[in-house]
Each structure stands twice: as structure tokens, then as C-alpha cells.
Design a protein around this ligand. Sequence first.
Ligand code: PXP
Length: 254
Amino acid sequence: MAELPLRLGVNIDHVATLRNARGGIHPDPVDAAILAIKHGADGITAHLREDRRHINDDDLNRLQELCSKTGAPLNMEMAAVEEMAKIALNLKPHAICLVPEKREERTTEGGLDVAGLHNKITPIVRRLSENGSRVSLFIEATSEQIKASAHSRAQVVEFHTGAYAHALDDGNHDLAQNLLEQMQNGAKQAVNLGLGVHLGHGLTFENVGPIAAIPEAMELNIGHFIIGEAIYTGLPTALATMRKHMDKARGIDL
Ligand code: PXP
């Protein structure tokens, strides 16, 4: 069992989704971030999408201000495009996660093709890193993508756990087990290549255990489920329960 505590990055995008459903100012994702930090989030993650469907530029600026004030790291998720690079270079968040993005998709489906897009990704990684942000790449945990990520000089890979989560939802336990083993092996390969390992997407109280138990994992980024659960129990309880599941998987005494 893993012994090191695992960081929990809380993605507050869907607080903004709810706000934007009415076009007003409530609920404010920055208020959610304040509450999450107060109740044990190790960092705040926010995805500035090209269509601004949830987090907008003003949210991101206010989140950066909050994170600078509190010392909580801000992890900005963004597409590897020039518009976003300019915003990120100006904002200088603690961390940046490059994700694939298509306008028509509901959420981020599949990982970034770092191997296929090497010439596009590598210069952006370099510019963002030289500007002081730690850069991670959101990929599927295949050997090819991990090698390409190391080659791009990103410091961290974030493995996409969405397919694993879907497989469990569909009752396809063999596929879920194969994907889990791919991530377990991928985590070892990534660490051997000098990369930090994060994981995220579609994680819930039910499926987080085996992911949290990956010994090389340093951070999980979780959003939709925690924000959804907060509707029933409140954000502090939802966070505390997620942390309990993570700690249990790491063998930390509760
Ligand atoms: N990590 C990355 C890179 C993501 O793009 C997302 C979704 O925005 C998450 C983690 C969190 O996924 P979820 O909202 O399903 O927990």
C-alpha cells in the first residue's frame, strides 16, 4: 500500500456551470474555492475552455488572486492553443494542465495526443515552463504517450481516468481492470522518466480507491462528482468523504 498522502485538487468548473445556467453571479466558483481550501483541498483546478461554457476570464483572475493570497496552488486547465497560452503567460498560475478540447464535446474526452502533436505541444510546454508554471499533460497512460510527454519536457503527466470510470459504470470489470493495470504500469514508467503522476476525470467515492492506491500518484483532480455530491451534503462533507476514501486506499489510519 502507498504511504505518502495524496493531494486532492478540487475542480470547481461546475459551480460556474450552475451559475451560467441563469446568467447571473450565483453560485460563485470563487466562493466554492474559498470553502474548498478552508476544508482541506490541496489546490484548486479550473478549466478555461475556449467557449467559456463554465469558468470565464474574470473567474480565473479572481481564482489566481485567491490562490496567491492563501498559498493554495491554482491548476489552470487549458487547450494547447495560442489564445490560452497568452492568457496563461499573463496569469502565471502555479500549474497548467494541457488538455485536448473540441467545442462540441460535453467534457474532455480522451487524452492529449502528445506523441502525434509533438511539434505543437513542446513549444507551448517550454514557454509556459520558462514563465514559471509547472506544466502537466492530460494523457492516456500508454507507453507511447508517456514517452512523448517526457520528451516534451513537461514535469507531470495526468492520467485520464475517464475510460476506467465509464467501464465500471457499464459493469465491464475486465476492461476497468485492464485500464487500471495500464495506469499502474504507466505510473512506474512515468516516474522512471522523471515525471510526476497525477490522475483524474470521472472519479467518485466508489471508484477512487484503486486509483488512489497507485503508489506513484501524487495528486488527484476531482470535480464533477464532488460538486454534485455537495448539493446533498455540502462541500465540506463531500470533500471530507472523498479524502477518507483516498486515505483509506493509501493505508493511512483514519
Ligand atoms: N483532470 C482534468 C485534466 C480534467 O479535464 C477534468 C475535467 O475538467 C478533471 C480532472 C476532473 O474531472 P471530473 O470533473 O470528472 O472529476
